[in-house]
Ligand binder design. Structure first.
Ligand code: FE
Length: 337
């Protein structure tokens, strides 16, 4: 018995220095793209800090961090959409981060005190080229125009992508006007909201709907697809950068924040700063056909280049997030489910 204990202690003693040396960052991730693997490996190569990743759906991960409470091993939570990051923030999951690197590299409208954007996507209007013209659907506001009756397709109004868009409308047009808009949109539905953005693109191409909205990376994915059918389908779809004569197209983000209970705050901040580095920005954006947040970073993405340049709304995403609850309620009242 004594020898066994001695052996066990010896084993522990030899194992300890290794454990103490090995730095690990616990990343809870609701992003699942193939290139993310390389993105994280590169961080380990640069810093010697290993990444232990827990993948899951955003709601599950947020719930998990909450349940783990003070004992949560999570250091960083990474996900997509300002609405979701705002929810995480309102649940008190994030700690404020002060970093000169993040402040100098990420534009002020794309960060808050607690979470930071690392890539952007635009929510654009798409239309069937045989059914409509670009001028018919030049702005988000135009989607409520009665001349589009029976032509509009949409995913659920409760989805974060739509909630964020409507929250931005509330910020620009006010609550009452946006509620009228939502009623107009509902009156224009070609069908009850269903499916994801890709389903709306397919329905627009098939002529089942004249118009819909989609995030840009879904469009880029189909434009650069190796399937001929996908590329043919995209020839039927016109893409409009909305509100170009005014505030510009609504944009959203992929982003991350440091978890409040992180025991590893140095590594967490290092990781966030790494995500804003030139190398990481390229992986981060190209991996999912998004744009880098760091203005000086050059990407090489033919599908995004084919879509051309556009004016983006510079409304701070923190402001968008503040209007999400109002947006949700007015969509409910308008019957935009
Ligand atoms: Fe998406």
């Amino acid at each position: 018995m004594k020898t066994r204990l001695a052996l066990a202690l010896l084993a522990l003693a030899t194992a300890l220095p290794v454990l103490a040396q090995e730095k690990v960052l616990n990343l809870y991730s609701a992003r699942h793209y193939q290139t993310d693997e390389k993105l994280y490996e590169n961080f380990t190569k640069q810093t010697g800090i290993k990444i232990s990743r827990i993948d899951g759906k955003e709601d599950e991960l947020m719930e998990r961090i909450r349940n783990e409470g003070a004992n949560s091993p999570a250091d960083v939570f990474i996900t997509v959409d300002a609405t979701r990051l705002a929810v995480a923030d309102s649940l008190g999951l994030f700690a404020p981060v002060k970093s000169k690197v993040l402040e100098s590299r990420i534009p002020a409208n794309l960060r808050t005190d607690t979470w930071f954007a690392f890539s952007t996507r635009a929510r654009v209007i798409i239309y069937n080229r045989n059914a409509l013209k670009a001028e018919d659907v030049a702005s988000y506001e135009s989607l409520a125009d009665p001349k589009l009756k029976g032509k509009l397709c949409s995913r659920s109004g409760a989805h974060p992508y739509n909630l964020s868009l409507v929250a931005s409308l509330v910020a620009h047009d006010g609550e009452a006007k946006t509620e009228d808009w939502a009623r107009g949109v509902v009156a224009n539905f070609a069908r009850v909201p269903k499916g994801g953005d890709t389903d709306q693109i397919k329905s627009v191409a098939a002529g089942e709907c004249g118009v819909a909205v989609s995030n840009t990376y879904y469009l880029a994915r189909l434009i650069r697809s190796d399937k001929t059918d996908d590329r043919r389908m995209m020839e039927k779809v016109g893409i409009v950068w909305p509100n170009q004569t005014g505030r510009g197209a609504h944009i959203n983000i992929s982003g991350a924040g440091m978890v409040k209970t992180s025991k590893n705050t140095d590594a967490a901040i290092k990781f966030l700063e790494y995500l804003a580095s030139d190398d990481a920005q390229r992986y981060f954006a190209d991996g999912n056909n998004e744009w880098p947040v760091v203005a000086s970073v050059v990407t090489n993405n033919p599908a995004l280049e084919a879509m051309g340049k556009f004016k983006a709304d510079t409304l701070p995403l923190g402001k968008v997030a503040q209007n999400v609850a109002v947006a949700q309620k007015l969509l409910d009242r308008a019957g935009y489910r």
